[in-house]
Write a protein that binds this ligand. Structure first.
Ligand code: ADP
Ligand code: MG
Length: 261
C-alpha cells in the first residue's frame, strides 16, 4: 500500500529520517515505534504528503507523492484518514458537525445522506447519540474516538494515527487499541500507528518498525521484535534505564547547546 525508498529528511543538523526504506502492507496494522525525537512524526508527515522529504520516494497506492502534482496529491489525500495527536476537533462545532466536516468540504453529498453516514461512523466508535454534544463536554478518550469517526468518514484506504493513546488512562487506551484493531479488520483498511507505548503496540501490531535517531533499527512481527537480540531493541521494549540508549535526542540537543556555549 505504501512503499518508502531511501527517505532523507534533515532539520538543520538533525537527521530526522536517515535514508529510510520500508513498506506498509495493505490490510495490516503497522506500528512505528520509537522514543521521543526518534523521527516518528516526521516519517508520518512524509507518508501523508504533508511535508516533502529532502530526497527519496513515498509511493502511496501506486503514486510517488514526492513527485506528484498538487492535484494528484489532493486526490490521494482523500484516501487517507488521519487522527492527530490531541484529536484536533473544532471546539466551536458540535460532534455531528465535526464528523460531517470533511464530507461538507470535499463532497456534494446531500444532508440526509450525511446524517446517515455520521450516525453510522459514531456507532462504529461506540458514541451513538452524542451528535449534539460539544467537544468540551467529552473526556479525552471520547474526543479521540470522535477524531477517529471523523478520520473514517470519507472511507479512507489508510488511517494514520499519531500517538493515539498518549495521555489516556489504561482503560481508555484499551478501548482505543481495540477500536484500531477492529476498524482495521471491519473496514479492510491499512493502519499506520505512531506510538511510544510498547504494550499498546504489542496488542495491535501486525508489523512493527522501530526508529532510533532517524534510523530503522528493527522491523518485523510482534514475535520477531520480542525475540530481537539487538541491545537497543531489548532496551527499548524493556524500558530499562541502563543501556545503550543514553538519552533522547532532545536531551542531546540540549546538552550540545549548553556544552558549546
Ligand atoms: N519542523 C521541525 N523543525 C526542526 N526540527 C524538527 C522539526 N520536526 C522535527 N524536528 C526534529 O527532528 C527530530 C525528530 O522529531 P519527530 O519526528 O517529531 O520525533 P518523534 O515524533 O519520534 O518524537 C527531533 O530531533 C526534532 O527536534
Ligand atoms: Mg511525535
Amino acid at each position: 500500500m505504501i512503499i518508502v525508498k531511501n527517505l532523507v529528511k534533515k532539520y538543520g543538523s538533525v537527521v530526522a529520517s536517515n535514508n529510510l526504506s520500508c513498506r506498509f502492507e495493505e490490510g495490516k496494522v503497522t506500528v512505528i515505534l520509537g522514543g521521543s525525537g526518534s523521527g516518528k512524526s516526521t516519517l508520518l508527515r512524509q507518508l501523508t504528503g504533508l511535508e516533502a522529504p529532502d530526497s527519496g520516494e513515498v509511493h502511496f497506492d501506486g503514486l510517488d507523492l514526492t513527485s506528484a502534482s498538487r492535484a494528484q496529491l489532493f486526490e490521494k489525500r482523500k484516501k487517507m484518514g488521519m487522527l492527530f495527536q490531541g484529536s484536533a476537533l473544532f471546539n466551536y462545532l458540535n460532534i455531528f458537525e465535526n464528523i460531517a466536516f470533511p464530507l461538507r468540504e470535499h463532497t456534494q453529498i446531500a444532508d440526509n445522506v450525511i446524517k446517515t453516514i455520521v450516525t453510522m461512523k459514531l456507532e462504529m466508535v461506540g458514541l451513538r447519540g452524542t451528535e449534539e454534544l460539544m467537544p468540551s463536554q467529552l473526556s479525552g478518550g471520547m474526543m479521540k474516538r470522535v477524531g477517529l469517526a471523523r478520520a473514517i468518514v470519507m472511507d479512507p484506504k489508510v488511517i494514520f494515527y499519531d500517538e493515539p493513546t498518549s495521555g489516556l488512562d489504561p482503560i481508555s487506551t484499551g478501548v482505543i487499541d481495540k477500536l484500531i484493531k477492529d476498524l482495521n479488520g471491519k473496514l479492510n483498511i491499512t493502519s499506520v500507528v505512531v506510538s511510544h507505548d510498547i504494550e499498546s503496540c504489542f496488542r495491535i501490531a501486525d508489523r512493527i518498525i522501530i526508529l532510533y535517531y532517524g534510523d530503522i533499527i528493527a522491523e518485523g512481527t510482534v514475535d520477531e521484535i520480542r525475540n530481537s537480540t539487538d541491545p537497543r531493541v531489548i532496551q527499548f521494549i524493556n524500558g530499562t534505564p541502563e543501556g545503550p540508549i543514553p538519552f533522547t535526542r532532545t536531551d542531546r540537543n540540549y546538552l550540545d547547546e549548553i556544552l558549546t556555549e
